[in-house]
Unconditional design. Structure first.
Length: 567
């Protein structure tokens, strides 16, 4: 901010953002540093950028907009070409007739306003936003040279004409000659940007009038720049061809895989195609084999829990179940167990549907029901291979449960997963599908429930005291000794979210004699949970609270992940 911007300084004083005494007290310092007064106040953190933006807006009678909370239409964005938006740092907000509302950071820049008027041939209405807000909006909606946004805009602006190729019989297969090059580039860029953003899933969802693209990053969905609706058929056809699906079949769900090279790394994408009202919806699960962290500390175990866990997975026999909803990290935990005990003197076989990651030194079997290779059939054959350790991707029915439990009773260590909300609930689930209680009691060594919470970004972490309601929900004393309550401020490293990466919170129920008796007597899950608590089991929320106190995650995250856990 230049020294001549005295009108802003007067406005800031008038609006109460800074006092006249503060200004005069620092004027000598600002002059010595050859800095404008407003710049100096910003540097000293007496003022915030939003304060200066508010003062500018008030002086010129302009409205302030928060671009991060707005969803800008493709039609509005198309009214300002990318090179103009970037050069003049102007973001179109809405359009009405020949009037275009544009957000800029400096409403006093009359040259920019006049230039936009002539270049865009429209009446310009000024809105004001902070520099950071405008930078983020330009990156999101206009992107870098090879971004999804740029490719979409290139296609939208008509540089490539999408049409039916000569001799084409199907007007809706999307695989037209003219579309091939840009559509291939667009699809590849969607995958690359998702990988670079650390996304775990890419969602391509047809809506009535739009074709929505979302990335799931650290468990949360983020909407990206959406391609025009008319590109929907071409993009879906391209992905179906890549993943070896039939592009002619649009009535039934299909599954496939894509292998891609990104920055010298090989990543696998598990692709699911589902017919919906407005077209086929595609979800791609990104499996980064090289990026999988298979160490127990990386999962989020504290030292005491890790020691218990290492003792459990070192047992010679029995069954260990990991429970939780889809996407709670159960498979990663199982892979970490196998990686920890994978030694030359142990034979390990897994049965999975599908095999997500290839692990060196482990025999992995892919279920293929079309040829009769079901979980049950694979398990029965596996036992003749004399394994020491068996991993079963999921216990789905009585057949697989019975074989797995019998294997655990005949000298094998068995790992598997179940879809239940808490650890004691796994016992009830096994009995409900038909396993005899005495088999559950005698075979089960431990039940582990888990959820994933987002970790605080290490680059922008700062002390932050949770609210009284959050502390009460987690049963934490605000004055507890050694507490390191923190929260991420938001930076480029975490895409302004304050979070980067995820970790597990765990509920570990080790089955001992008292618990075995209760299981044998078929007591309800609620009584089993009380017994587990008396034996020292921490609930998911209590484990999460420990990680809040350690400054690893926030109270808000733990409460969100354990909303049904009030014990």
């Amino acid at each position: 901010m230049a020294a001549r911007d005295d009108y802003i300084l007067d406005q800031l004083i008038e609006m109460g953002y800074v006092s006249y005494g503060q200004v005069e007290g620092l004027r000598a310092e600002a002059d010595a540093a050859n800095s404008g007064m407003v710049d100096w106040l910003l540097q000293k953190k007496i003022l915030r950028p939003i304060d200066v933006t508010s003062a500018k807006a008030a002086h010129f009678g302009a409205e302030i907009v928060n671009l991060a909370e707005m969803r800008l239409d493709d039609e509005v964005l198309a009214s300002v070409p990318r090179h103009i938006a970037k050069r003049y740092r102007a973001v179109p907000v809405f359009k009405h007739g020949n009037s275009l509302a544009v957000a800029i950071s400096d409403p006093s820049d009359l040259d920019t306003i006049d230039t936009l008027h002539h270049l865009l041939k429209a009446e310009i209405e000024i809105r004001v936003a902070t520099d950071d807000d405008i930078d983020a909006a330009l990156a999101k909606y206009y992107g870098a040279d090879d971004s999804v946004s740029q490719i979409i805009q290139d296609i939208t602006e008509g540089e490539v004409e999408l049409g039916k190729s000569p001799g084409s019989m199907d007007s809706d297969d999307g695989a037209t000659v003219e579309a091939d090059a840009p559509i291939i580039k667009l699809v590849n860029t969607i995958i690359v940007e998702a990988y670079k953003s650390r996304a775990s899933d890419i969602h391509l969802e047809p809506m009535a009038k739009t074709f929505r693209v979302r990335y799931r990053i650290d468990g949360m969905l983020h909407e990206m720049k959406s391609p025009p609706k008319r590109l929907q058929a071409a993009i879906i056809s391209r992905l179906k061809i890549q993943s070896n699906m039939s592009i002619a079949e649009k009535r039934i769900p299909q599954d496939g895989r894509i292998q891609a090279q990104v920055g010298g790394k090989t990543i696998d994408l598990r692709v699911s195609c589902l017919p919906t009202n407005h077209g086929e919806s595609i979800v791609m699960r990104i499996l980064d084999k090289e990026g999988l962290k298979l160490g127990l500390p990386e999962l989020g175990f504290f030292t005491d829990d890790q020691q218990t866990f290492e003792r459990l997975i070192g047992l010679p026999d029995g069954i260990l179940l990991v429970t939780g909803p889809t996407g709670s990290g159960k498979t990663t935990t199982l892979y970490s167990c196998l990686n920890f005990i994978n030694r030359p003197d142990r034979k390990i076989i897994t049965v999975e549907d599908p095999v997500e990651y290839i692990l060196a030194g482990i025999n992995q079997v892919q279920v293929n029901e079309s040829v009769g290779l079901t979980f049950g059939a694979a398990l029965r054959s596996m036992l003749r291979q004399a394994p020491n350790v068996i991993m079963l991707g999921e216990i789905r029915d009585l057949e697989t449960a019975t074989i797995a439990i019998n294997a655990s009773l005949t000298g094998h260590l068995v790992f598997s997963t179940l879809h239940t909300n808490d650890a004691p609930g796994a016992v009830t689930r096994l009995i409900d599908i038909g396993v005899k209680p005495f088999l559950v009691a005698s075979s089960t060594r431990a039940l582990i429930a888990q959820r994933l919470v987002r970790k605080i970004c290490k680059k922008c972490t700062a002390p932050h005291m949770p609210t009284e309601a959050e502390l009460k929900a987690l049963n934490i004393d605000a004055n507890v000794e050694g507490a390191k309550f923190a929260k991420g401020k938001g930076c480029d490293n975490c895409s302004k979210t304050g979070h980067r990466g995820r970790m597990g919170i765990f509920e570990m129920f080790v089955i001992e004699d008292n618990a075995r008796r209760l299981i044998y007597d078929k007591v309800p899950a609620s009584l089993l949970r009380i017994e587990a608590r008396e034996m020292g089991m921490r609930t998911l929320r209590e484990d999460g609270a420990r990680k809040v106190l350690a400054g690893q995650t926030t109270a808000e995250e733990v409460i969100r992940a354990t909303v049904g856990d009030n014990a």
